[in-house]
Write a protein that binds this ligand. Structure first.
Ligand code: NAI
Ligand code: MG
Length: 366
């Protein structure tokens, strides 16, 4: 059977960028003999409009049964006043929670053609290709006790950083598995110097490494030094694995090493399924961009690169993922830009569909 994909295009520019991904998926089916069984469904505001809920149980079941979910974006002003329980974002949160997607993958990848676009010096970012894995379902954002309490004659705000051994072990395994499909190198970041959870984190990562992944190179770094090293010399890293809080900060900073929101893919992975593939949801980092929805200005590259991540991390087609990334680089090197990638020197931007067509043409020439 062909590998299965569930497409949830969502709201705003979600369906616009997803249309371009569908062209790319079609190309791989027709030209590379890689057919996918693609099904489509609703998530977010459009699901609320149709069913009164941002994610139906039937869609949830489909998401649990496919090899990978590809999501566009959800939300928009039309839904801002809805009750919290049916807000578009709740559809996305339900997917992440019920699929137990504990490993959030945020690449920082710099296409040569856009090296000038970074806020850092060109030689620091040109050719950059690193992956930050953020633990997503535990840590200080979830730990108990939490709350604002009264202590004596003043109030105290409390959050608890809490990690179990198994929570650390499973995200460490995700990082080592991923490293084997990339540069075979993992740097684990915590603050074992001042945090008990950091001591345990380092101990568990070291043990999993020694017992199961000794072929992968492992190093440890305090997260504050990691932040500095990411800006000073990011190319020293391949895969970085870290907790929820540090990962939130480090991945946002790393993302901006390379430029526009319209270029940033992401993935969220869970435990391996019966076929060995991890539960997986791929999506661009950006939202539904209501300010440009319907104008043909959306950059489809973030969503297209999310599909490239699916090729590499769900379907073991690293070569084909590289082919797609090179097609994107070629189009950018040819000077084609959507409006969000226009530098101060200006020029004429191309539309969402023109960008998708150009990438397919570059694939044809590959
Ligand atoms: P946003 O990411 O939708 O937009 C931020 C800015 O970046 C806007 O000016 C937008 O035009 C631009 N932008 C975003 N993606 C772009 C692309 N592919 N090409 C060109 N320009 C792009 O974030 P914002 O405005 O804060 O949120 C808008 C809506 O999206 C809200 O309803 C929010 O809740 C939702 N949202 C959904 C997310 C998701 O589905 N994962 C993530 C973030 C926000
Ligand atoms: Mg953040």
């Amino acid at each position: 059977a062909n590998p299965s994909l569930l497409i949830l295009a969502g709201d705003g520019i979600g369906p616009e960028v997803m249309d371009e991904v569908k062209k790319v998926i079609g190309w791989f089916g027709a030209k590379r003999d890689m057919a996918f069984d693609v099904s489509e469904d609703l998530v977010g505001g459009c699901a609320y409009d149709a069913h009164g809920t941002p994610l139906t149980d039937a869609t949830m079941e489909k998401a649990q049964s496919v090899d990978a979910v590809l999501l566009g974006a959800v939300g928009g002003p039309k839904y801002d006043d809805l009750d919290f329980s049916v807000k578009p974002e709740r559809g996305l949160l339900r997917l992440r929670k019920e699929m137990d997607l504990f490993a959030n993958l945020r690449p920082a990848q710099c296409f040569d053609a856009l090296a000038d676009f970074s806020s850092l010096k060109k030689d620091i970012v040109a050719g950059l290709d690193i992956m930050i894995i953020r633990e997503l379902t535990s840590g200080v954002y979830f730990g108990e006790p939490r709350g604002i309490f009264t202590e004596g004659n003043e109030r105290v705000g409390i959050n608890t950083q809490r990690y179990t051994e198994s929570e650390i072990a499973r995200v460490a395994r995700s990082a080592f598995e991923l490293a084997r499909k990339r540069g075979n190198k993992v740097c684990s970041m915590e603050k074992a110097n001042v945090m008990e959870s950091g001591v345990l984190w380092r101990e568990v990562v070291t043990k999993i490494h020694a017992e199961e992944y000794a072929d992968v190179e492992l190093s440890h770094m305090y997260a504050d030094n990691g932040a500095m090293q990411l800006v000073r010399n990011p190319k020293q890293f391949d895969v970085i694995v870290t907790d929820n809080l540090f990962g939130d900060l480090l991945s946002d900073a790393a993302a901006m090493l390379t430029g526009s929101l319209g270029m940033l893919p992401s993935a969220s992975l869970g435990l391996p399924m019966a076929n060995g593939r991890p539960k997986a949801l791929y999506e661009p980092v950006h939202g539904s961009a209501p300010d440009i929805a319907g104008t043909g200005k959306a950059n489809p590259i973030a969503c297209i690169l999310s599909f490239a991540m699916a090729l590499r991390y769900s379907f073991d087609k690293g070569d084909e993922a590289t082919r797609l990334e090179e097609a994107v680089n070629k189009v950018l090197a040819d000077g084609l830009r959507t409006a969000d990638l226009m530098g101060p020197e200006g020029g004429t931007p191309i539309s969402t569909t023109e960008m998708g067509d150009a990438i397919v043409a570059a694939l044809d020439a590959s």
